[in-house]
Design a protein around this ligand. Structure first.
Ligand code: UFG
Length: 328
């Protein structure tokens, strides 16, 4: 069964893809999830424990059950930017207190390696594109602030207690596994690609395009879309690099390419052969103008290069999953 790796949030969109990739690399993922946003049906490659990180005692108990495991991937968090703005207390509790409880349990059980999912939203508004890891971190949203607080927590654990870690700053996770068995299933769904596909499929209402007056070539926001299987692969590269002695790193996970919302809509129309019905609307609160990665460090220190992240493959695999899932 190979090496056991605890995947916290393994029932979620990115978590399920990470678990599948761990299994394909001859490991066994052990999923810890409270299954509030994650799905039990997405846990297919190993055991799971239902545990909520906000419960310190229960978290410690879960880690004690798997006390021989050294490596932990932490992906569980609240991710909805709007919810963070309106209900910061719950957001900080889930993300920051949850991460502290996890780190305390890891320290007690001597699990000494962490791969933490942070976000490009920790950088904040800047014209310095592509974004380097050394860019000032001045997050705009509560979501970004909680992730930055956890980055600092992890750095402190490294310095004081010798925790080894890789913090990934994800850009826009997208696409789905080619099998069609796992994919993006958020409720409510706030992300661009699934919402545009839903509108194209004629399910529900027309898509809302949030803002056409940004300082970008076509006036819509620019993002760096990376395939979820590339994100998963980067985790395997990080585990290998840690085997080879890497003890601390902050790493962007993006492709280096930026696409505007309108470019995504056009690409969806091309790949699916369907029109995306949409209405232009005002800006969405918390959105930054443009975000795309300098992706050099991931290649340099982890030997990672995206392989699945052409826009066409992202949209094709997402469409494939949603068609199965929605029964269209
Ligand atoms: N957008 C629309 N209509 C929609 C959904 C999105 O126009 O229905 C636009 C957004 O305004 C944004 C772009 O499409 O300009 C991408 O939006 P997403 O919600 O797909 O992605 P974000 O860049 O906002 O989100 C990413 C991650 C989130 C994370 C967030 C933090 O995917 O999980 O960064 O900033 F919370």
């Amino acid at each position: 069964k190979g090496r056991e790796i605890i995947v916290v949030g393994g029932g979620g969109y990115i978590g399920a893809h990470v678990c599948k990739t761990i299994a394909e690399s001859n490991g066994t993922p052990i999923v810890f999830d409270n299954f509030q946003a994650g799905h039990k049906h997405a846990v297919k490659w190993g055991p799971h424990v239902t545990v909520d990180l906000r419960d310190r005692a229960a978290t410690l108990m879960a880690f004690q059950t798997y006390s021989k495991v050294e490596t932990v991937v932490h992906l569980a968090s609240s991710i909805e930017v709007g919810e963070g703005e309106n209900q910061p207390e719950g957001f900080y509790e889930n993300n920051v207190s949850g991460a502290l409880n996890l780190l305390m349990a890891m320290r007690k059980t001597k699990a000494n390696r962490l791969i933490f999912s942070s976000t490009c939203a920790t950088y904040g508004e800047t014209q310095n594109m592509p974004l380097l890891e050394s860019e000032i971190q001045n997050p705009f949203s509560v979501y970004g602030k909680t992730k930055l607080a956890i980055e600092h927590l992890v750095q402190s654990y490294h310095k004081a207690y010798g925790l080894n870690y890789v913090t990934f700053r994800y850009f826009n996770a997208s696409g789905a596994d080619a099998s069609g068995e796992i994919g993006e299933e958020h409720d409510p769904e706030t992300h661009l690609i699934p919402n545009a596909l839903k509108a194209a499929a004629g399910l529900g209402s027309r898509m809302k395009l949030f803002g056409t007056d940004y300082d970008t070539p076509d006036g819509t926001c620019v993002r760096d879309y990376i395939h979820v299987n590339d994100i998963a692969l980067a985790h395997i590269c990080a585990i290998r690099a840690m085997d080879d002695g890497l003890s601390q790193a902050e790493v962007n996970l993006g492709t280096g390419e930026g696409y505007s919302v309108l470019q995504i809509i056009n690409a969806i129309e091309e790949v699916t052969g369907l029109a995306v019905p949409y209405d232009e609307g005002p800006r969405r609160e918390g959105d930054l103008t443009q975000l795309f990665a300098d992706a050099a460090r991931a290649e340099e220190i982890l030997g990672f290069k995206p392989q699945h992240s052409s826009l066409e493959n992202i949209i094709q695999t997402a469409w494939n999953f949603h068609k199965n899932n929605w029964g269209v």
